[in-house]
Design a binder for this molecule. Sequence first.
Ligand code: NDP
Ligand code: 2IT
Length: 447
Amino acid sequence: MFRSEYLNNVYNDFLKKNPAEPEYQQAALEILESIEPYVMKHPEFEEKKLIERFLEPERVVQFKVVWTDDKGKFQVNRGFRVQYNSAIGPYKGGLRLHPSVNASIIKFLGLEQTLKNSLTSLPMGGGKGGSDFDPKGKSDTEIMRFCQSFMTELYRHIGPDTDVPAGDIGVGGREIGYLFGQYKRIRNEFSGVLTGKGLSYGGSLARTEATGYGLCYFTLEALKKLKNTDFNNKTVVISGSGNVAIYATQKATALGGKVVALSDSNGYIYDPNGINLDVVKQIKEVERGRIKEYVNRVSGATYTEGSKGIWSIKCDIALPCATQNELSLDDAKLLVANGVVAVCEGANMPCSLDAAKYFIENKVVFGPAKAANAGGVATSGLEMSQNSMRLSWSFEEVDEKLHDIMVNIFNNSYKEALEEGNEFDLLTGANIAGFKKVAEAMLLQGI
Ligand code: NDP
Ligand code: 2IT
């Protein structure tokens, strides 16, 4: 599988140690394949067992979350926090609430987060957590009781200089508020222990928009450099209709693109006139409804059951912003046959590895997740800085810093891609750029 015997052995051991964890295995394989040329230039890594150490999370916490629903019935869920790597800073990464959450998913996300956070150039280690709790259809008070119970265990593992969680799928401003309130109550401490907080209690302006905006800043930079073009008059398809998808739609539209499709786990909407984002925000952010509701409010739009079909829509730019493995090799072939110019990942690992490779082989601008969606956590890092300084920056200041960070991430990934001989291989470029700093910090700190 690898040219390096060392990496063959490491990956085989990794598979034995982590059986039946397909997402985690997929993320590790992608990273190892990418960093192989760099590892081969560093024989000391083998002697120091650096890759084995890198692929072992520092701590995996699994816990019970018991809460009562509105009918007074007891409910039991499983909570996780994976503290993956703290070589370059306190653990940092989101919390996901979705019925699919398990150890494999949280470990893959923690591993990805470690390299993503390194790419931001801010001092943040990698972590991720969540629960198999399903927020869909739950009342506000049920969400609150779940969050309080979750934090009643999580609080002992986190802290502003230890581990700083934030949002991810199913966790937005409302959930962060309940989690923060419970942490404050238990610890009697008002600190920057979470990011994505409300503006009235220490949140940063532009954090809500950051992942989607950052994704478009990265995409624009890549389009300019690799294809000498931009968003103007481009047709854009975006999957998902949550936080990342909504603000990617807003920025892509502001940059001159026409977003014609969005989805949720049930199906997708197509609006040839360009998505009316006010309607989407009302449905998703205010009413917490389903995306199909859009067609009842906007004439000319259509809804199709099944979320996968969204990749059959002809477009210039595709931004998968829903979840892992939502775009397969067959979808990639369809997009390329339809003339796609750029595919940049707003979600974490939305493209299967063979789909990602297919884009790169076909000289599609491919923005790998850990680079393209790093704007969210980067702005979380800016929220941490503001909390430490006990001041807050304006929207424009944060947005400008976010923009600079995304351009910098593109440049660093591009530079490594060039060095490895293929300027379109930003996947290799991002993995090497992110890994270098983590590896150096691990070596400097000894075992
Ligand atoms: P949200 O919960 O706000 O939205 C998630 C969206 O994705 C919803 O439209 C949801 O549809 C859809 N979705 C979720 N799971 C599935 C599934 N199994 N199949 C099909 N559709 C699904 O989450 P975010 O927008 O915050 O996150 C989206 C992606 O972006 C995730 O991969 C996340 O890890 C990543 N990300 C998020 C960051 C952030 O700052 N929030 C930062 C970097 C990456 P439905 O309502 O039907 O479930
Ligand atoms: O995947 C991600 O980068 C996030 N969900 C954001 C994490 C954060 O700490 O802001």
